[in-house]
Design a binder for this molecule. Structure first.
Ligand code: NAD
Length: 475
C-alpha cells in the first residue's frame, strides 16, 4: 500500500477513485459487466533499470499503466516523484480515461511514474535517467504515437518530454510521426504554443465558465464576478502558478495565500504571484518572501477562510481529518485526487462545492490533443490561413469605410484585420472545450435527481461515453 495520505486513511488512491466510480455506476444503473470492465486497469508494466550516477550503478523503478485503450492512443502524464507506486499510477490512469471522455478528447487513459526526487540530480544525470526510462517504456510497447502518448506531470516538464521524444526518434528514425510520441514538448521541438500553461489556463477557464452561471454560483454561496474573490493556492508549480497568475492578472482575483513545501505566505490584500514564484526559484521556498506573512504550518492555511481553494500540488491533502475545517465555498481541484473519498462526502454534506479533478485539470490533455494533431499534420496551426484572414479583415474594413464614409478607428482596425496565430487558436479551442464540458456537467446535475454534485455529474458523462463504446463496439 502506498505511503501517502490516502494510505494513512485506510484507503488507497485507486480505491478512492474506484469508490467514486462505483457510486456513479450505481446511480446510472449500468450493466454490471460493463461496469466491471470499465473499472479494471487493462495493463501495467513495472520497469527497474540501472543508471550510472557518480561512478556507481543506481537502480530506478517506474510504472506505466494503461487503464483503457478503447480509444487510441492512450494518454496520460509521467510523474517523477519520491513517493509514487503502482497503485497511484493505476488510479491516475483511470482518472485519465474519465478526463478524456469528459472533455471530448478521443483518447484512452494511461499514466506513468518514476520513483525519484529530481531535485537530487544534476541535469546530465536526469537526462540519462529519463532517456533510459523512455527506452524501457518504448521496448515494452508503452510509448508510441499510435498507442501510448505520455505528457508532463508532477516533476516533469517540456525538457523531459524533449529527451523522451528524441529517444523515440533515435530508435525509430523511419517513423515520420515520431513527434506525436510525446506531448508537452518544447515549442522548438514539436510542442504547441500554449501547452505549458494549458492546465492552469484550463482551471481559469473552468472558473470563468462557472461564474457565467449565477444559479450555480448560488449553490457555492458566491455571487458576482471573479474580481475580488479570495483564492488560496496550494503548490506553485506548473499548474498552480499558471492558474494563480492568470486569475490574479486577468480576472482580478486576490491570491490571499500560497502554500508550498516549506510553509505558506499569506496576504489578505493579495500576493504578487510572479514575485512569489521568483522568490521560490531563488531560495527554494516561500519563507522570507517580503510581500506576505510567512506561516510554517502550510496545511493549516488550507483551512483559512477564502472563496476558492485551489489544491494544485498533491493528492490526498483534504481528508476526513481536515474536511470539517475547510472554510472555502468552492474547491477547484487543479491537482489530481486532492480530496479523498471520505472527505468528499463530508464536504458535500457541508455544502462545499467541488469542481472535480477529472474536469478541472483537463486543460492539459485538451491541449496535448491539439499538439498531437499538430504533430500528425506536420504543420503549425494558423500557418495556412492566418494571412488569408488578415487580408479578408482588411477587405471588410475597406468595405465598411467605403459604405459609411467613416474611418474605422485604429484599435478596431487592428482587431478586425488580425489573423489568429497558433496561441490564439489553442486558447480558443481550450476555452471551448472547458466551457462545453462544464455546461454538460451542469445539465446532467440539473436533470438527474440522483446526482447532487459536479463530480458525480462529470463521472456520469464519462462513464456513459465509455459504456456506449463498449456496447457499440464490444470490449
Ligand atoms: P509541479 O511539479 O510543476 O508542481 C508541484 C508543486 O507543488 C511544486 O511547486 C512543489 O514544490 C509543490 N509541492 C510539493 N509538495 C508540496 C506540499 N506538501 N505542499 C505544498 N506544495 C507542495 O507539478 P504540476 O505539473 O504542477 O502538477 C501538480 C498537480 O497537477 C499534480 O497532481 C498533477 O498530477 C496535476 N496535473 C498536472 C498536469 C500538467 O499538465 N502538469 C495536468 C493535469 C493534472
Amino acid at each position: 500500500m502506498s505511503d501517502t495520505k490516502y494510505a494513512q486513511q485506510g484507503m488507497t488512491f485507486r480505491q478512492s477513485v474506484e469508490h467514486m466510480v462505483d457510486h456513479a455506476i450505481e446511480i446510472m444503473g449500468l450493466d454490471e459487466g460493463i461496469g466491471n470492465a470499465m473499472k479494471v486497469c487493462q495493463s501495467v508494466v513495472q520497469v527497474s533499470f540501472p543508471v550510472e550516477i557518480n561512478g556507481k550503478a543506481e537502480i530506478f523503478t517506474g510504472w506505466r499503466a494503461t487503464h483503457s485503450d478503447h480509444r487510441l492512443p492512450s494518454k496520460g502524464g509521467i510523474r517523477f516523484a519520491p513517493i509514487v507506486d503502482q497503485d497511484e499510477v493505476e488510479a491516475l490512469a483511470a482518472l485519465m480515461t474519465y478526463k478524456c471522455a469528459i472533455v471530448d478528447v478521443p483518447f484512452g487513459g494511461s499514466k506513468g511514474g518514476l520513483v525519484i526526487d529530481p531535485r537530487q540530480y544534476e541535469r546530465h544525470q536526469l537526462e540519462a535517467i529519463t532517456r533510459r526510462f523512455a527506452r524501457e517504456l518504448i521496448l515494452k510497447g508503452y510509448l508510441s504515437p499510435a498507442q501510448n502518448v505520455p505528457a508532463p506531470d508532477m516533476g516533469t516538464g517540456p525538457r523531459e518530454m524533449g529527451w523522451m521524444v528524441d529517444t523515440y526518434r533515435q530508435m525509430f528514425p523511419n517513423d515520420i510521426n515520431y513527434m506525436g510520441a510525446l506531448t508537452g514538448k518544447p515549442v522548438e521541438h514539436g510542442g504547441v504554443r500554449g501547452r505549458n500553461e494549458a492546465t492552469g489556463r484550463g482551471v481559469q477557464y473552468a472558473l470563468r465558465e462557472l461564474f457565467r452561471h449565477p444559479e450555480e454560483l448560488e449553490r457555492c454561496g458566491l455571487s458576482g464576478s471573479l474580481a475580488g474573490k479570495r483564492v488560496i493556492v496550494q503548490g506553485l508549480g506548473n499548474v498552480g502558478y499558471h492558474a494563480a497568475h492568470f486569475l490574479e492578472t486577468e480576472d482580478d482575483c486576490l491570491i490571499t495565500a500560497i502554500i508550498e513545501r516549506d510553509g505558506a505566505v499569506v496576504n489578505a490584500d493579495g500576493l504578487d504571484v510572479s514575485a512569489v514564484r521568483e522568490h521560490i526559484a531563488e531560495t527554494g521556498g516561500v519563507k522570507g518572501f517580503a510581500g506576505g506573512e510567512y506561516r510554517e504550518d502550510g496545511t493549516a492555511v488550507l483551512e483559512m477562510a477564502c472563496d476558492i481553494l485551489i489544491p494544485a500540488a498533491l493528492e490526498g491533502v483534504i481528508t476526513a481529518d481536515n474536511a470539517e475545517r475547510i472554510q472555502a465555498s468552492l474547491i477547484a481541484e487543479a491537482a489530481n485526487g486532492p480530496v479523498t473519498f471520505a472527505a468528499d462526502k463530508i464536504l458535500q454534506e457541508r455544502g462545499v462545492e467541488i469542481l472535480p479533478d477529472a474536469y478541472c485539470n483537463a486543460g492539459g490533455v485538451v491541449v496535448s490533443y491539439f499538439e498531437w494533431i499538430r504533430n500528425l499534420n506536420h504543420v503549425r496551426f494558423g500557418r495556412l490561413e492566418r494571412r488569408f484572414h488578415e487580408a479578408r479583415g482588411e477587405q471588410i474594413i475597406a468595405a465598411i469605410e467605403d459604405a459609411s464614409g467613416v474611418e474605422v478607428p485604429e484599435h478596431l482596425r487592428q482587431k478586425l484585420a488580425r489573423g489568429a496565430d497558433e496561441f490564439d487558436l489553442v486558447r480558443s479551442g481550450l476555452d471551448d472545450s472547458m466551457r462545453l464540458a462544464l455546461q454538460s456537467i451542469i445539465a446532467v446535475r440539473r436533470d438527474n435527481p440522483k446526482i447532487h454534485d459536479y463530480r458525480m455529474a462529470a463521472y456520469a458523462i464519462a462513464i456513459e461515453k465509455v459504456a456506449r463504446h463498449y456496447r457499440d463496439i464490444g470490449f
